[in-house]
Write a protein that binds this ligand. Structure first.
Ligand SMILES: Nc1ncnc2c1ncn2[C@@H]1O[C@H](COP(=O)(O)OP(=O)(O)O)[C@@H](O)[C@H]1O
Ligand SMILES: [Mg+2]
Length: 230
């Protein structure tokens, strides 16, 4: 279980970007975080993965306070972030991008037939969707129990978005706990076990399952008015 306890983040010169956000993530669930640009979603994900130090609050893993742990230690404990913008190294081949994290890529490549046939290709030659798959593949090599995905469908065509969402559903079915930040709120909320809406750094709504899809404030703010079939 991952617990975020009244977490706040301040950036020098900018002030509070995250304001006392709390969240409990149960194992083997998918939690989705939605919110407008600048709401603090990435800051929260970076704090959980140890890239960003919170100013106040705590992060606990199975009851242990990990707030001061390094990113590397969190990765060893199973918390792995796929950052916004993917973090794939474009000039390196697919294979070398995977090798960066060590371990055996054969374990994960069965999920990524498109990557498996393009191991010697520079990552920059891959489509946006394939680069996102590469970033997720690299994260999976670290055998995460908690996988943090920051806007994995950003910039992808609808067909590639569907591929990414199918993969997320598979990973969750395999028992990986997923924390998902998404602009594609309908898709993310409809597959989530719980969800959180952030607004200017605050947790303004929490929902179980896809119930926020029915919430009028969420519909107005994030789903583009009355919901249409997607
Ligand atoms: N490294 C940083 N330094 C200063 N301000 C930042 C930094 N990262 C994010 N911010 C600010 O914090 C707020 C939240 O940003 P972010 O967490 O990226 O939101 P989101 O991912 O929801 O778009 C924004 O106002 C952003 O400008
Ligand atoms: Mg962001």
């Amino acid at each position: 279980m991952l617990e975020i306890c009244e977490l706040s983040i301040d950036y020098p010169g900018r002030g509070r970007a995250l304001d006392s956000v709390s969240l409990t993530v149960m194992p083997r669930t998918l939690t989705c975080i939605v919110g407008a640009n600048g709401a603090g979603k990435t800051s929260l994900m970076r704090a959980i993965s140890g890239v960003q130090r919170p100013s106040v609050g705590a992060i606990k893993l199975d009851g242990k306070d990990i707030t001061r742990w390094s990113t590397a230690r969190r990765v060893r404990a199973g918390i792995v972030l796929v950052p916004e913008g993917r973090g794939v190294l474009p000039r390196m081949t697919v294979e070398d991008n995977l090798r960066l994290v060590g371990g055996d890529s054969a374990d994960v490549l069965h999920r990524f037939p498109n990557l498996a046939t393009r191991l010697r290709v520079p990552a920059s030659n891959l489509s946006g969707g394939e680069q996102q798959m590469l970033a997720i593949a690299r994260a999976l090599m670290l055998r995460p129990s908690y996988l943090l995905l920051d806007e994995p469908s950003m910039g992808l065509s609808p067909a590639l978005c569907d591929q990414v969402f199918r993969l997320i559903a598979e990973l969750r079915a395999d028992g990986i706990t997923i924390l998902l930040v998404e602009q594609n709120a309908v898709k993310a909320l409809s597959m989530s076990d719980s969800s959180l809406v952030l607004e200017t750094g605050r947790n303004v709504l929490f929902g179980r399952g896809p119930e926020l899809l029915e919430n009028q404030a969420v519909i107005d703010a994030y789903l583009g008015g009355p919901m249409t079939a997607s």
